[in-house]
Design a protein around this ligand. Structure first.
Ligand SMILES: *[C@@H]1O[C@H](CO)[C@@H](O)[C@H](O)[C@H]1NC(C)=O
Ligand SMILES: *[C@@H]1O[C@H](CO)[C@@H](O)[C@H](O)[C@H]1NC(C)=O
Length: 328
């Protein structure tokens, strides 16, 4: 009887273990740290986090879409720049614009494509108005009202988001539970595995955050929507502010803690992700891009990360999108 009990608990235990996502386990993280040299890995997600949730965060079709463009080829404002600084951090350059360094939380929803684009648009509008506009634009409206952008929580195309800003515009909207702006984000942060993937919301065309705002009048626009060629990314950021960046996520990336991320040798591809690029620099002779993720500030380096620059690491150098805000 005792042997039978032991046997069945061994079977139960192994069934439990095989359900665990291997790349979140401490053994994998330790091995990773022996292998990598430019960054450090650590625990960002509890080891029993379901794989469906982790994969569900990756909702960007930006890397595939980049091949088609449209690319921005020229901009008369680029010419006024004399040189590109070796280190740049948009949070320091435009201190008043508080949205630049804000770490968002997409919740159990693949809305990264909407987070990256709507927050870059917010930053750009703040910069263009010299801080007069200084709040978040609505990731909620973008995720659930832009039908041509893709599939809401099931992923979307960043370039089509900028196209939406140009043709439809976007209202204001703060983060979850904030009551700020017209349409605050309505997907709660992910807390445990009992929370199912968020269903796509119905598009609401009436302000429910700050109800004194007029929905129609609150829309802000861009004049264009474009991909950037790798050699004009820095100029575009220096002139207009942060951009959206898409890249291919491999399983080791979930464990990023600090340093300059370079995909490790045996990491497996899981999906496309969108984030916001806010600067660049060089660390221990490795050039990097500085980015803001939307996985809460508990993830990575207080919500931010660095990735190798200049080698198209995970496709990032060729998958950046933006648009220029219209100011009236
Ligand atoms: C609500 O919006 C109005 C109009 O934009 C603004 O004046 C007011 O300060 C906002 N209220 C809050 C609590 O943010
Ligand atoms: C990656 O896989 C190869 C082939 O299986 C192996 O030789 C190598 O040690 C692995 N590298 C790491 C760091 O696990």
């Amino acid at each position: 009887m005792a042997r039978l009990l032991m046997l069945s608990s061994v079977i139960l235990l192994s069934a439990y273990l095989t359900e665990q996502v291997h790349f979140l386990q401490p053994e994998y993280i330790n091995k990773l740290n022996e292998e990598i040299s430019t960054w450090e890995a650590g625990e960002n997600f509890p080891p029993d986090t379901p794989i469906e949730y982790l994969k569900g965060l990756l909702g960007s079709h930006g890397v595939e879409a980049a091949a088609k463009g449209p690319f921005k080829t020229q901009d008369s404002n680029y010419n006024s720049l004399f040189h590109i600084p070796e280190n740049f951090d948009a949070r320091k350059k435009w201190k008043r614009c508080k949205t630049i360094g804000m770490i968002l939380d997409q919740g159990n929803c693949g809305s990264c494509w909407a987070m990256g684009t709507s927050s870059a648009f917010s930053d750009r509008l703040c910069i263009a108005t010299d801080g007069e506009f200084n709040e978040l634009l609505s990731a909620e409206e973008l995720t659930f009202c832009c039908f041509q952008c893709g599939y809401g929580c099931w992923g979307g195309y960043p370039i089509r988001a900028w196209e939406y800003f140009r043709t439809n515009g976007l209202v204001t909207g703060g983060s979850y539970d904030s009551q700020q702006g017209c349409l605050p984000y309505y997907v709660p942060p992910y807390l445990d595995e009992d929370v199912p993937t968020e269903m796509n919301h119905r598009c609401v065309e009436k302000c429910y955050g700050n109800t004194t705002i007029d929905f129609k009048e609150d829309h802000r626009y861009t004049s264009d929507a474009y991909f950037l060629k790798p050699d004009s990314i820095q100029e575009d950021v220096l002139v207009y502010g942060p951009v959206e960046a898409s890249f291919k996520v491999y399983d080791d990336f979930y464990n990023y803690k600090s340093g300059v991320y370079i995909k490790s040798e045996n990491a497996s591809f899981l999906g496309g992700h969108a984030v916001k690029l806010i600067g660049w620099g060089v660390e221990n002779e490795t050039p990097y891009w500085l980015l803001v993720n939307s996985w809460n500030e508990n993830w990575g380096d207080q919500g931010t990360f660095k990735i190798r620059r200049g080698t198209n690491e995970c496709g990032i150098d060729k998958s950046m999108t933006a648009g220029v805000p219209v100011i009236d």
